[in-house]
Design a protein around this ligand. Structure first.
Ligand code: PMP
Length: 366
């Protein structure tokens, strides 16, 4: 049968490499530590679990399509106006909705060399052209981003901290990026790991959205709040962007359990503090211990580390991955991000962190 005898995806769709999520398990290994998707080792807040249980009794009803309760809880926690908040089925969905809303064939969407994979996917899915800017020291480079902006550019995605590098662009640099962009270009600050950044920069980032017509910030409940399985994301944006995206999104894109759990989770500040403290202790420890083993670790500000391996002496990332998986430590290969010889590791519970370091010592010395 000729391909012309069947429905054809529109141009660009077959250029998409489908997203491959982090592996769940290790075949034949009883005890598995999943360190492949930057989830929190602390789990969700107990208050969120209670809220899920209560909401579960009413799942015969549609959720509130405008997620009012959750938008109000987010607004209260961050001192924002609920009219500037839109919730979504994970922040992934928002990245797609923004691409669909602002990009058409012939337009360009810009992101950094080692930027989050979903940007390319969503730009192509919108029928537009992905344009990649070089990085410096595995970090987004404002001059390189601005250099690839043309009159066709309609959107720039910047993950800050970036996944998979964990590198961070200070707010002055983000301001410089915004200042250099033409006013018609939407700057999407993807702040999935914002809560792990112990700086006032995030408030300044929010301030940047408040003071601009062309900047939005996307956030998620998947990481520090431990609700990845419920798919809850949100964006802080000017009302004209909220209005446009509201026309495009599904009517019930956020589920009833997610609304209740998110509202409870964002109020549990102690749980977040605990997660930040755990992460800082173990991110620092892991970085030091892995460096002592002779591995290069990209300096990270997130809840994950990018670990680089040698290229040619039998100690490659692929071999390390096989070795670790056989011992139940499931990390993430990051070849699709342009790092064929690195593994990304989520900062896990103490036992897993110590276990990975011991296993890697054995791997490297074996
Ligand atoms: N942005 C970045 C940079 C991420 O790493 C992730 C999670 N992998 C997301 C967005 C999407 O997260 P979620 O859809 O779970 O909110």
């Amino acid at each position: 049968m000729s391909p012309l005898d069947r429905p054809q995806p529109k141009p660009g769709i077959l250029d998409i490499a489908a997203y491959v999520p982090g592996r769940e398990g290790a075949p034949g290994v009883a005890k598995v530590w999943k360190l492949s998707s930057n989830e929190t080792p602390l789990g969700p807040s107990p208050a969120a679990l209670e809220a899920i249980q209560a909401a579960g009794r009413h799942v015969e009803l549609y959720p509130d399509g405008s997620a009012t309760k959750l938008r109000e809880a987010i607004a209260e926690a961050h001192g924002l106006n609920p009219a500037n908040i839109l919730c979504s089925n994970g922040s992934d969905e928002l990245l797609g909705l923004l691409a669909q809303t602002y990009l058409k064939p012939g337009d360009e969407g810009v992101f950094s060399e080692h930027g989050f994979l979903v940007y390319r996917i969503q730009i192509l899915a919108a029928g537009a052209t992905p344009v990649v800017a070089k990085e410096t020291d595995e970090r987004a480079d404002v001059d390189a981003l601005l250099a690839v902006v043309t009159e066709r550019t309609k959107i720039v995605f910047l993950a800050n901290p970036n996944n998979p590098t964990g590198t961070y662009l200070p707010v002055d640099e983000v301001r410089r990026l915004r200042a250099g962009l033409p006013k018609h270009v939407l700057l999407v600050l993807d702040a999935a790991y914002a809560e792990y950044v112990r700086r006032n920069d995030y408030e300044a980032g929010i301030e940047l959205v408040s003071s601009s017509d062309n900047v939005v910030m996307t956030r998620t409940f998947s990481k520090i709040y431990g609700l990845a399985g419920l798919r809850v994301g949100w964006m802080y944006a000017p009302t004209h962007v909220i209005d446009a995206v509201n026309r495009v999104r599904g009517p019930f894109n956020i589920n009833a359990l997610g609304i209740e759990a998110g509202a409870a989770a964002i109020r549990d500040k102690a749980h977040v503090e605990q997660a930040v403290a755990h992460n800082e202790t173990w991110r620092v420890w892991l970085t030091e211990e892995l460096t002592k083993l002779g591995l290069r670790v990209t300096p990270s500000i997130g809840n994950f580390l990018l670990i680089h391996f040698a290229e040619d002496d039998g100690k490659t990332a692929a071999e390390a991955d096989t070795f670790l998986t056989a011992r139940g430590f499931v990390l993430r290969r990051v070849t699709a991000y342009g790092f064929p010889n690195a593994l990304r590791m989520t900062v896990g519970p103490e036992e897993a962190n110590r276990g990975v370091v011991s296993a890697l010592a054995e791997f490297l010395n074996g």
